[in-house]
Design a protein around this ligand. Structure first.
Ligand code: NAD
Length: 260
């Protein structure tokens, strides 16, 4: 195995693959030889990522899939397997961010955030784990957040959802370790130009240079992250390079958690 083909022959399902971090992961994984099922709630977004991968000579299929809906997850995974065979690895990048303190977010906002970020990862894991157990191998990579490790202001639903995702990762890790399955998470800092990044800006009543400077200064390395920064870590966790890691999380945040 060379270092440029870490996923050759592997079938990887990426949720939220139509945008931002998921798009970056799908592209890097395809460049590393994976056959990628690019899944997203938005059909046109998944199709765009898959088309870009194919244009670069990779192998990808776009699948419309709502991670919060069990039937949709089942149908999407069935379609993925019909094209690319059993699933070797999954990256859960689909996510929702709705800002507000506990008294600012509505109950419906809470349900949406928890549903996409936690129930979604749970349903996708349930969809792939039985076949991984049968085959005696599999990897799951959850995209959590630094917001799963520390409180960020006015994220009364998002913070708990990302912490719960880390707990789910640990739970899967210990329950399925004996079946050759590993589950790990990534906690990114702010990733420039992604959907979540735009959401944060919008919540702060509009994007301004001052705001971007403030957010950037939270990251000691002096810049916001890129989807590729996160994708390289996801590649490590989804490949055999991380074969003795499970149940843990890797912080990819330009030093944001360390201090500023
Ligand atoms: P993004 O908005 O660019 O992409 C998320 C994708 O998920 C979108 O294409 C969207 O259509 C899809 N999606 C939403 N709901 C879905 C559902 N029910 N079923 C299937 N797909 C659905 O977001 P991003 O910024 O790339 O974030 C990706 C992940 O990384 C999220 O879980 C987010 O919480 C996490 N994260 C992002 C940042 C950041 O700064 N961007 C930082 C830390 C963690």
């Amino acid at each position: 195995m060379g270092i440029t083909d870490l996923l050759t022959g592997q079938h990887v399902v990426v949720t939220g693959g139509g945008s931002g971090i998921g798009d970056g992961i799908a592209r890097l994984f395809a460049a590393q030889g994976a056959r990628v099922s690019v899944t997203d709630l938005r059909a046109e977004a998944a199709a765009k990522t898959a088309a870009a991968i194919e244009a670069d000579g990779g192998t990808a299929t776009a699948i419309t899939l709502d991670v919060t809906d069990e039937d949709s997850v089942t149908a999407g995974l069935t379609a993925a397997r019909a094209t690319h065979g059993p699933v070797d690895a999954v990256v859960n990048s689909a996510g929702a961010w709705i800002g507000g303190s506990v008294t600012e977010v509505s109950v419906s906002d809470w349900d949406t955030v928890m549903s996409v970020n936690v129930r979604g990862a749970f349903l996708v894991a349930r969809g792939v784990l039985p076949e991984m157990v049968d085959r005696g191998s599999g990897r799951l990579v959850m995209i959590s957040s630094v917001a799963g490790l520390k409180a960020t202001r006015r994220a009364g639903a998002y913070n708990p959802s990302k912490s719960a995702l880390l707990a789910l990762t640990r739970n899967i890790a210990i329950d399925y370790a004996g079946s050759g399955i590993r589950a790990n998470a990534i906690c990114p800092g702010v990733i420039d130009g992604t959907g979540m990044d735009h959401t944060v800006r919008a919540f702060r009543n509009g994007y301004t240079e001052d705001y971007q400077r403030w957010v950037t200064e939270l990251h000691p390395l002096g810049r916001l992250g890129t989807p590729e920064d996160v994708a390289r870590c996801a590649l490590f966790l989804a490949s055999d390079q991380s074969s003795w890691m499970t149940g843990t999380s890797v912080v990819v945040d330009g030093g944001c958690m360390t201090g500023y």
